[in-house]
Design a protein around this ligand. Structure first.
Ligand code: MN
Length: 301
């Protein structure tokens, strides 16, 4: 099943290019703040699934292009992200091979980080580039794992039960040496969508193929088979540290081919069996701060 958040707080089931509004069936108040409707739905999924399927079958819905798609999960408890999780990407960032040695610069030796929840945006939201002079802002093509239930110390063997579904995720980042969370947490730096594809639609988690195009030109292409830390291990590692909650998002790390984007670019991410999402890039006017100049001047702020 494909689940969308749309028109500010509504939840829908997507089938054949049409969206059926199931907000009421799901017991969600679209006016509620914070916008945790999808989190609640995921938490109550086992009890609500049958009713949602029946509603989706019995209603006609309306064309997808007539609604405004939001980030599928707008207010998760956390966004966990794995850096340096493909060998070829590590090589491009270090400008050389590490000869197969487990480096402290890869996810298996370094672990994960958090990206601000407030950086989440949806398919209808442009990526707004901060006004930073002389800085490259890169796209990273990633698979987003949506966690389905609460868990701590989840084993590899149990991990599949904790995966609710998948979504397309672009991890935007300002390149540089500042704290990673700051470089990756500008508003709109985590586009997700266009929907959540539930895990039952993906047979093999180790053979999910993804690519990213900028203005129609392919820049990144990979399969989850090439991950250094695979999906079961990402769940085991993150849940060793923190309690995973329904609706949590794990960004799985990017393959080789990252690169800068500019005002006017269109980024398209394609994940086979999951979805396709195109996002516009626009130049913003805010976002500058003296902290970004410190690297140039050598002065601490
Ligand atoms: Mn990333």
């Amino acid at each position: 099943m494909k689940l969308v958040s749309f028109n500010h707080g509504h939840i829908g089931v997507v089938e054949a290019g049409r969206v059926v509004d199931v907000t009421e069936v799901a017991g969600i108040d679209p006016q509620a703040w914070p916008p945790v409707g999808m989190v609640r739905l995921i938490e109550g999924w086992p009890a609500r699934r049958a009713a949602l399927e029946a509603a989706a079958r019995g209603r006609e819905g309306r064309p997808l292009d007539e609604v405004r798609l939001d980030a599928p999960v707008q207010w998760p408890n956390k966004v966990i992200a794995f850096p340096a999780n493909y060998h070829a990407h590590i090589d491009e960032m270090k400008h050389g091979s590490n000869g197969g040695v487990v480096s402290k610069f890869q996810a298996s030796g370094q672990g994960f980080f958090l990206k601000a929840n407030s950086s989440l945006s949806g398919p209808a939201d442009p990526i707004v580039l901060p006004a930073l002079d002389g800085r490259e802002i890169h796209h990273e093509c990633e698979l987003g794992i949506i966690i389905g239930k609460r868990g701590r110390a989840v084993s590899r063997e149990q991990s599949r039960e904790y995966v609710f579904g998948f979504t397309c995720l672009i991890d935007m980042v300002v390149r540089g040496k500042e704290e990673r969370v700051m470089r990756k947490s500008y508003d709109t730096f985590c586009p997700t969508g266009p929907w959540i594809t539930t895990a039952d639609e993906i047979t093999n988690f180790d053979a999910i193929c993804m690519r990213l195009l900028v203005n129609g030109e392919e820049r990144q292409s990979a399969t989850t088979r090439d991950l250094i830390v695979d999906i079961p291990e990402m769940i085991a590692m993150s849940s060793a540290v923190m309690t995973l909650e329904p609706g949590d998002i794990i960004a799985t790390g990017t393959p080789a081919g990252v690169g800068p984007v500019r005002d006017g670019d269109v980024i398209e991410i394609v994940i086979d069996g999951v979805g396709v999402m195109s996002v516009q890039v626009v130049q913003g006017t805010v976002g500058g701060h003296a902290v970004w100049d410190a690297a140039k001047t050598g002065l601490a702020v």
